[in-house]
Design a protein around this ligand. Structure first.
Ligand code: GDP
Ligand code: MG
Length: 162
């Protein structure tokens, strides 16, 4: 049984970009406007010797009342069925209240969750990522999904114990 990795985070942080890089397909829609990927999308990934199933989600903004929206439902289901959750945040946008809402949800789950600061290309990644330690989910990993930077290191760190 391959490990299942769910990509969660608010819309527009780069989940589908990372999904596409991991699966090397254009299957997950990547768009400049948030919320396009409404359902969970599954892909088989074989990346630098690591094999796993990756799940893309439409995004969750942490403020859904009673978990009403379809997108939020899909994200919560993806978290439930995953072995590992990669919680993407936007290093350029900085910490948002939506990120804090998602982190609160993840901290209640008995799931391996990793904070992944995306879009660190062309900025000082260390200082941009520092504030995400406030999410209290441990180490903050830096990547630039659009360019592949940090992705192998991320997989090494998150998949090794599985
Ligand atoms: P999603 O809503 O979380 O699935 O986000 P998308 O993957 O659709 O990406 C949203 C926007 O962020 C798109 O315009 C991407 O090109 C852009 N993006 C994704 N990854 C990166 C990155 O590593 N660096 C930069 N600068 N932009 C990125
Ligand atoms: Mg998407």
């Amino acid at each position: 049984m391959l490990p299942v990795i769910a990509l969660v985070g608010r819309p527009n942080v780069g989940k589908s970009t990372l999904f596409n890089r991991l699966t090397r397909t254009r299957d997950a829609l990547v768009a400049d406007f948030p919320g396009l990927t409404r359902d969970r999308k599954y892909g088989h990934a074989s990346y630098e010797g690591y094999e796993f199933i990756v799940v893309d989600t439409g995004g969750i903004d942490g403020s859904e009342e009673g978990i009403e929206t379809e997108m939020a439902q899909q994200s919560l289901l993806a978290i439930e069925e995953a072995d590992i959750v990669l919680f993407l945040v936007d290093a350029r946008a900085g910490l948002t209240s939506a990120d804090i809402g998602i982190a609160q949800h993840l901290r209640k789950q008995q799931k391996k969750s990793f904070v992944v600061a995306n879009k660190t290309d062309g900025i000082d990644a260390d200082s941009a990522a520092a504030e995400f330690y406030q999410l209290a989910l441990g180490d903050v990993h830096h990547i630039a999904a659009a360019h592949g930077r940090g992705v192998t290191q991320l997989l090494e760190h998150t998949l090794r114990p599985v």
